[in-house]
Write a protein that binds this ligand. Structure first.
Ligand code: SF4
Length: 335
């Protein structure tokens, strides 16, 4: 089993809002424990609004106000040593970003400057991270990098608006890989792309991971994309991790009732029966149900589910579940 490269302990990220003079706390990431390994693609899935993007931004330490409360710890393994991010100076964090960990946000236009050619964007990026490169040297590095990823050279002379959405997304990913980071954090990189273009973006991420032998943490609600690319998958519900397993484990032996709904709702070749979706609606992160947050939608809910949140129980090295029906969580209490 590969070493852990990114780990969290009881990570919390809450937004504090002022709604008509009343303070509201949005519990977007609520005591999340993660262990992400070297040389793997780790997928995070769940319905919209379950806290996936906030979790990624918190891992990347890129959260801006109105996020006020943050608790727990984030550890990165850097050059063989585990460092806790909050103990780093501003300058150390700046160095960690992009050079060690890079971030692909939702929507390529939030990264690409619309009024300069893409080669200038690559040059600006190199300028701010690698000192002493002349303009020609920076353009040469960009050309070499684009060629290595199998993308057409002519895109470097284009403005972002001259490219298709899929190509812009690939350029954004190429930019994130430019400094050969050990970890790439990608937020919904295939959203709003048609399936053929999606396949190209997924393949590019796979190629980068295989070439750099690094770690990719990928958020997408699209379970088809997860099946295609992820080595392991974490299922998130209402700000918490509720199941984690290898991709085979999640699709072949889902144990949490919410995961089972996600898998059962997927279309299957040749099967024309109506797919069953998750009943009800996701809870408000401002007003979470007591106990297990899935209990109002869960057909198996027990009395204890309404009162206590089950622990995230490790069944083996690759499978964890938070449900009173499974593993130690179900010991006696659910019977
Ligand atoms: Fe359902 Fe209870 Fe398991 Fe939550 S803990 S998923 S409510 S059975």
């Amino acid at each position: 089993m590969n070493q852990t490269i990114l780990r969290t302990e009881k990570l919390k990220a809450f937004y504090v809002l002022d709604v008509l003079g009343t303070r509201k706390v949005v519990k977007a990431v609520n005591e999340v424990d993660l262990e992400i390994r070297e040389n793997e693609i780790y997928g995070i899935a769940g319905e919209s609004g379950c806290g996936k993007t906030t979790l990624l931004k918190t891992l990347y330490a890129a959260i801006e106000p109105p996020l006020r409360l943050i608790g727990g710890k984030v550890y990165y393994r850097v050059n063989g040593e585990e460092v806790e991010v909050s103990s780093l100076s501003r300058e150390e964090k700046r160095k960690l970003r992009w050079e060690y960990v890079s971030y692909v946000p939702q929507g390529s236009m939030s990264v690409l400057n619309p009024v300069i050619r893409l080669k200038e964007t690559f040059r600006d990026f190199l300028d701010s991270h690698v000192s002493g490169k002349t303009k020609d040297e920076a353009f040469a590095i960009a050309r070499e990098h684009i060629a290595a990823l199998g993308l057409p050279q002519k895109i470097l002379d284009a403005y972002p608006h001259q490219l298709s959405g899929g190509m812009r997304q690939r350029v954004t990913i190429a930019l994130a890989a430019l400094l050969k980071p050990r970890i790439i954090i990608a937020d919904e990189p295939t959203t709003a792309l048609d399936v053929v273009v999606q396949r190209g973006v997924v393949q590019l991420l796979k190629d980068i991971q295989q070439n750099l032998r690094n770690t990719i943490v990928l958020v997408t609600h699209d379970m088809g994309v997860q099946a295609n690319i992820a080595d392991r998958i974490g299922i998130m519900y209402a700000g918490k991790m509720v199941e984690e397993a290898t991709t085979e484990g999640i699709f072949g032996d889902p144990l949490h009732p919410y995961t089972r709904y996600l898998i059962n709702s997927l279309p299957r070749f040749g099967d024309k029966t109506t797919r069953e979706s998750v009943p009800g609606s996701p809870p408000s992160l401002i007003n979470l149900p007591s106990g297990c947050p899935f209990h109002p939608r869960c057909p198996y809910a027990l009395e204890i589910c309404k009162e206590q949140m089950p622990g995230f129980v490790k069944l083996d090295n690759n499978h964890k579940v938070a449900c009173w029906l499974v593993g130690e969580g179900g010991n006696g209490k659910a019977s």
